[in-house]
Design a protein around this ligand. Structure first.
Ligand SMILES: [Zn+2]
Ligand SMILES: [Zn+2]
Length: 426
């Protein structure tokens, strides 16, 4: 491109973007009305991981109606749209996750989910208790605005609607990792990726952590095999319940007593303990499952070792056979926000939200499979506070009472659109 052409492109694009921002302001209200109605519909019809059929269809129909090139059935139910901008520029990926959780909704909202399903042998509710309904609806809105203004957009936008962020059902692959394994990035070759998550923060505020933003999530499963006996004759048993009690006590000393967490926080939690069928039978088996959150791979390896040591110590002491498995359902790496990218784009997020922005110093012990994307290319994952206006403390993600305030979603939509418009200008 010669200098004169470059001059005109720059003039046009600078003019175009401020113009586009004004257009967005003008169109924001009707666009948000659509976003909110899509969200309510998705909220009322939640689908578990790798089963997001209706949601995927809704997204694909919408994208196609906008003239966006669409691919479906990526990593089971994933949908990917490509907006080709009219001006030369980078390829930017935007990601929204689609799945709901096995939670009985207790919000009392008029569009609350009443759905039920079987999950791990139990009848459960299905609820968008993590707000992925909001993520999908926002990205559908972003798609609408950007596609309608694509002549003024620099580069390509890849819209990634991802299944199974909460983790695929046991025995299945899924999520970001599977989309990548199916060649998503080879095909679209994005140079940067952005994503957002709603949470119980101040209404409409966007926040971001620079560097490690969310923990790596590992899982463990401990199977204890003893000898079954009548509850009246415990001396005939090798009691897996007692062994489990010792195991759990031991697990709870890892972070509190056995590893140095001064520089790197870690969490070891027990989430499942299962054993027994009757009060007068000492059972044969017990099973413990839990989660480990870390920010440092070496510390993580140390924790795995500690768990193995505790298990072999308890096995020796009780005579039970104890087997430990890690990451049976997969592993999520640390979600890392590229510090250069964050520094460059803070002004953009401030502009998009009229300064409803803060740089958070506190990484979350939550985990995200967005990390698989941002392990491959620079990425930035940010939070959007969706408490009702003025509310400080509200039930958080995964709670049956988690409520997303519709009035906060426009800040998420604006943030994603501004990031597309400004990257990599600032
Ligand atoms: Zn989530
Ligand atoms: Zn979640």
């Amino acid at each position: 491109m010669n200098k004169l052409m470059l001059f005109f492109v720059l003039i046009f694009s600078t003019y175009g973007f401020s113009d586009l921002k004004q257009d967005l302001d003008r169109q924001l209200e009707p666009l948000m009305e659509k976003v909110i109605s899509w969200r309510h519909d998705i909220h009322q019809n939640p689908e578990l991981s790798n089963r997001e059929y209706r949601t995927a269809k809704k997204i694909a129909v919408h994208l196609k109606s906008l003239g966006i090139k669409v691919e479906t059935k990526i990593a089971y139910t994933g949908v990917v749209g490509l907006i080709e901008g009219g001006l030369p520029g980078p390829t930017i990926a935007l990601r929204a996750d689609m799945d709901a959780l096995p939670v009985i909704e207790k919000t009392g909202l008029p569009f609350a989910s009443k759905d039920k399903t079987k999950y791990l042998g139990q009848t459960v509710g299905i609820m968008h208790a993590c707000g992925h309904d909001a993520h999908v609806a926002i990205l559908m809105g972003v798609a609408e605005f950007l596609s309608q203004n694509k002549d003024q957009i620099k580069g390509n936008i890849v819209l990634i609607f991802q299944p199974a962020e909460e983790g695929p059902p046991e025995g299945e692959n899924g999520g970001a990792k599977m989309m990548l394994e199916e060649g998503l990035f080879e095909k679209y070759d994005p140079e940067v990726i952005f994503g957002l998550h709603v949470g119980n923060g101040p209404h409409g505020y966007v926040s971001v952590v620079s560097g490690p933003a969310m923990a790596a999530a590992s899982t463990y499963r401990i199977k204890v095999k003893g000898v079954q006996a009548h509850g009246s004759r415990p001396w005939d048993s090798i009691d897996p319940v007692m062994a489990s009690v010792e195991l759990i006590q031991g697990l709870n000393t890892i972070v509190s007593r056995r590893i140095n967490i001064i520089n790197n926080p870690a969490v070891v939690s027990v989430g499942i303990i299962r054993s027994g069928t009757r009060g007068n039978i000492i059972p044969e088996d017990a099973e413990i499952q839990g989660t480990i959150r870390t920010f440092d791979p070496e510390l993580r390896a140390e924790i795995y070792d500690e768990i193995r040591q505790i298990a072999s110590g308890v096995a020796l002491g009780t005579g039970a056979q104890i087997d430990v498995e890690f990451d049976v359902g997969g592993f999520y790496p640390v979600t890392y926000n590229n510090p250069d990218l964050v520094a460059k784009l803070i002004p953009t997020l401030k502009e998009a939200t009229d300064n409803k922005f803060f740089l958070s110093k506190t990484p979350s012990t939550g985990a995200e499979d967005f990390s698989f994307f941002s392990d491959r290319i620079p990425g930035m994952y940010f939070w959007l506070g969706v408490n009702a206006p003025g509310v400080e403390n509200a039930p958080g993600n995964h709670s049956p009472y988690f409520v997303v305030d519709d009035g906060a979603l426009d800040e998420g939509l604006k943030s994603l659109i501004y990031l597309v418009l400004e990257y990599p200008e600032k």
